[in-house]
Design a protein around this ligand. Structure first.
Ligand code: BG6
Length: 323
């Protein structure tokens, strides 16, 4: 028979969505799936700060020096870049969505593709009067974060132009995902080879990627253009493959600051660049235009699978083309 403590623990563990206080008393939501996977979302930034698999292993990188204090965005996890990616415009770097307080969306409009997933949270961001002074548009940004039964993490953004003065607006966007990797020099990205990219380290000049797969031995900051809907990150040491599936987000940013930039960032450990890689599903090259009443949707689905899946031999074609 179960002891009363075990029964209480089991009851708590079954709660699929829990709201509680996180670091510095900031409100966060914990999503839990029965098989043991979990995810955490801070209302500050609508920011995912944790995604764990069935074994409780953390799959996202969050810096040990991350500052969980407004107005600083949280270093790691999945910051949302909106309405501007990076410095591609006159707003602050990566826009303001990542350092605003989001709210619970208690009555979201229905999703046309209704799935059986029960473990999700809906957040919403609307501009304040101060926001409208720096970006003079009215919008509703709805974010649904879903944890699937097998531990997949789905993010769906729905952005609507709610201007009443007939004004369209234009924005760029990214899910700035920081993946946790064992050792950056053992990592390979598949799905971006032979594509064109804009190199942020060379004045955003356009180049074409050469060679088989993308590996890392120095700083990288590239925006790959017109990318496939599926990209894989292979971590040989961990024998783990992350698969990113995306929709509505044609570009993919690949970023690692390497040693020099790491040292220059106050909220990032000097050696932490070895254990992270950002692959960001994005819409940058062709900004999105929304007329009043129009809605845009951008979706990213992350899964982490063992690389030893195909009898010890990783077959990139199966990773990229398989289901
Ligand atoms: C990446 C950009 O997406 O984010 C880089 O391509 C930038 O240029 C990096 O340095 C981190 O940005 P931030 O504002 O979070 O330090």
């Amino acid at each position: 028979m179960m002891s009363s403590t075990a029964a209480v623990t089991a009851a708590i563990e079954r709660v699929p969505v829990e709201i509680c206080k996180g670091i510095n008393g900031l409100e966060k939501v914990i999503l839990r799936e029965v098989r043991g996977s979990s995810a955490e979302v801070y209302l500050y930034g609508g920011h995912i700060t944790s995604w764990k698999n069935d074994h409780g292993e953390e799959l996202l990188f969050v810096s040990s020096k991350a500052i969980f204090k407004p107005p600083k965005p949280i270093r790691g996890g999945i910051p949302i870049c909106f309405p501007q990616f990076s410095n591609h415009g006159s707003l602050e770097q990566h826009g303001f969505a990542r350092n605003r307080f989001w709210s619970f969306d208690t009555n979201p409009p229905p999703f046309p593709t209704n799935s059986s997933n029960k473990t999700f949270v809906d957040l919403i961001l609307k501009p304040t009067e101060d926001d409208i002074k720096i970006w003079p548009y009215s919008f509703e940004f709805r974010l649904r974060v879903t944890l699937g039964p097998s531990g997949d993490l789905m993010l769906t953004s729905r952005i609507r132009n709610t201007n009443t003065d007939g004004k369209p607006f234009i924005f760029t966007f990214a899910y700035h995902t920081y993946f946790s990797v064992s050792d950056i020099s053992e990592v390979r990205v598949e799905g971006l080879e032979t594509l064109d990219y804009l190199d942020n380290l060379q004045n955003k000049q356009r180049f074409t990627e050469q060679g088989d797969a993308i590996t890392f031995e120095s700083e990288v900051d590239k925006i790959y253009l017109s990318t496939p809907t599926k990209i894989a990150i292979l971590d040989h040491e961990k024998k783990r493959t992350f698969v990113i599936r995306k929709d509505g987000l044609p570009d993919a940013v690949v970023w690692n600051p390497w040693d020099k930039k790491a040292k220059a960032m106050a909220d990032f450990g000097d050696d932490e660049y070895k254990h992270m890689l950002c692959v960001e599903a994005a819409a940058v090259e062709k900004p999105i235009t929304l007329k009043p009443g129009e809605e845009w949707r951008g979706r990213q689905e992350l899964s982490a699978v063992p690389s030893s899946y195909c009898s010890g031999q990783l077959d990139p074609k199966r990773v990229l083309l398989g289901s």
